[in-house]
Design a protein around this ligand. Structure first.
Ligand SMILES: Cc1cc2nc3c(=O)[nH]c(=O)nc-3n(C[C@H](O)[C@H](O)[C@H](O)COP(=O)(O)O)c2cc1C
Length: 345
């Protein structure tokens, strides 16, 4: 494997679609090229796919779990929900309705969804634009411009979340923003003081030259080649809690838009909905020329999660905290190829 193969998945081209005459399995296999470009916590890419006749099953890959930061596999499931949205968007873009079932239940907890190709339907402009955004979406941790996304656009994102079975709260007013930013900093301190958290994170942070097909290269945090070589060692061995807390608090407090995505309940099905909604929102933002990054610390620390809900005055369960704005271009992160995530064929 060379470093280049880690970025090949981003070069997928719709012109290589096998065509409507091809068997559903062949078409779905091609569409998985878009599913795997989804974001995931620590870029763990916790998904595998299996074909069941003319449908493809999306399975959560718990060998890629992050037990310290995400011990209920909540973010793991949300990440799979993001991949699911991409797959559904691809089915629609290539001209069909989605036949879909969201499945997580206690009998088969790892099978999250079964997706098939339904009857013909010409995709509308929005679908094509969101599909195009799959290749351009990035998590962008660089400084954002001051200008804020427009109010109408944020309202639209709230509707998108609702349609997907989630809610989106726009953190407004100085006081509420300050309260959320303080919770982010408190979350940073809690997590970074824990050596097990740092060890888990360090395992997924790689040097810029790494050939790994997953994880986060140093450049995704704005680090140069030399710094990135030291990152895993530094993260594992030093508690940077205060520095990171102060930085995140400042960024969150001055974000052009600060958003909390949540759900009414808090089970695997809700997490899948949250992931679907998250990726839908991220694609809308990308299509609108915007970028996003995350501050999930107050959701990851169990004692802070209810306080986050109170701070924004929402019932239910916060799932993801993110900022939205206009940022510089950033590079994509590595991905495993489709052949690495399809099992049994
Ligand atoms: C559910 C979820 C939670 C995430 N939480 C954070 C976070 O708290 N902080 C962060 O910097 N990135 C977070 N990320 C972003 C991932 O690190 C990122 O998606 C991954 O490294 C792949 O990079 P890409 O999004 O640029 O493709 C999160 C992503 C997902 C899907």
């Amino acid at each position: 494997m060379t470093a280049d193969t880690a970025f090949e998945p981003w070069h997928v081209s719709a012109s290589r679609f096998p065509g409507d005459e091809a068997a559903p399995e062949e078409r779905l296999r091609f569409m998985l090229s878009y599913a795997i470009l989804a974001p995931s916590s620590h870029n763990a890419q916790p998904w595998v796919f299996r074909f069941h006749g003319e449908r493809v099953g999306l399975y959560i890959d718990r060998t890629r779990a992050l037990p310290v930061m995400d011990h209920h596999d909540r973010e793991l499931t949300i990440s799979c929900g993001c991949a699911l949205l991409n797959l559904c968007m691809a089915v629609k873009h290539f001209g069909n309705k989605v036949i879909g079932q969201l499945l997580p239940d206690s009998a088969r907890p790892d099978l999250l969804a079964l997706i098939g190709i339904g009857e013909r339907k010409i995709p509308d402009h929005e679908c094509n634009s969101l599909f195009g955004a799959i290749l351009r979406r990035r998590t962008n941790r660089m400084p954002f411009e001051k200008r804020a996304p427009d109010k109408g656009f944020l309202e639209r994102l709230s509707h998108v979340a609702q349609e997907d079975g989630a809610w989106l709260h726009v953190v407004h007013g100085k006081q509420m923003r300050h309260a959320v930013a303080e919770l982010i900093a408190e979350g940073d301190r809690f997590l970074w003081h824990d050596a097990r958290y740092r060890r888990e994170l360090a395992a997924w942070v790689h040097s810029n030259r790494s050939e790994s097909h997953d994880g986060m290269p140093g450049y995704s945090f704005g680090h140069g080649d030399l710094h990135s070589l030291l990152d895993p060692f530094l993260i594992r061995n030093f508690d940077f809690a205060e520095k990171i807390a102060a930085k995140d608090q400042d960024i969150a407090e001055h974000s052009p838009a600060l958003l909390v995505l949540g759900t009414a309940e808090d089970g695997p099905r809700d997490w899948l909905h949250a992931g679907h909604a998250l990726q839908h929102i991220l694609l809308h933002a990308t299509a609108g020329g915007m970028a996003a990054s995350f501050f999930n610390q107050p959701v990851e620390v169990e004692t802070l999660r209810p306080r986050l809900g109170q701070a924004i005055g929402r019932m239910g369960y916060p799932q993801v905290v993110m900022r939205l704005g206009f940022g510089p271009d950033v590079r994509p992160t590595p991905r495993r190829a489709v052949r690495e995530v399809v099992r049994g064929g």
